[in-house]
Design a protein around this ligand. Structure first.
Ligand code: FES
Length: 136
């Protein structure tokens, strides 16, 4: 074997050895690193309490939550457009985004974009004393 071929073969071996060492190092390092990751924080549950329930077409807003009375049900939505999160206005029976004009009906269903999704419904509980409790 000539000296040039031997040097080339040595270089290939070194490159292969570096690759294997990097691979083995990664395999052992990843599980160890995951042991030191912080445990995910539990999200605190938030509640918004409305003292009264809304009338038809007169939604109430409190602490970033809309409470709406439909024909038979009461709905709650966060006051955030599903496009980029801008606040909503209630205009002529519809929720209208202040930023880019998306519109949602009284049930939170998207009428017009650019938003691609309906408003997410929040859980509403009615208490015996006429309050509405919305869980976020
Ligand atoms: S943030 Fe509402 S339409 Fe863009």
């Amino acid at each position: 074997m000539s000296l040039v071929r031997k040097k080339a073969a040595d270089k290939q071996r070194r490159t292969l050895l570096k690759f294997i060492l990097a691979l083995v190092g990664g395999i052992f390092t990843y599980p160890l690193a995951s042991l030191f990751k912080a445990a995910p924080k539990k999200r605190k549950e938030r509640v918004v309490i409305f003292e009264n329930t809304p009338r038809l077409n007169k939604p109430l807003i409190k602490n970033g939550v809309w409470l709406v009375k439909g024909e038979e049900e009461i709905f709650a939505f966060p006051n955030r457009c599903t496009h980029l999160g801008c606040p909503l206005n209630f205009v002529e029976g519809k929720f209208v985004c202040k930023c880019h004009g998306s519109r949602f009906d009284i049930r939170g269903k998207k009428i017009m974009g650019p938003a691609k999704h309906d408003l997410p419904k929040l859980h509403v509980f009615l208490t015996n004393d006429g309050k509405a409790v919305v869980k976020l």
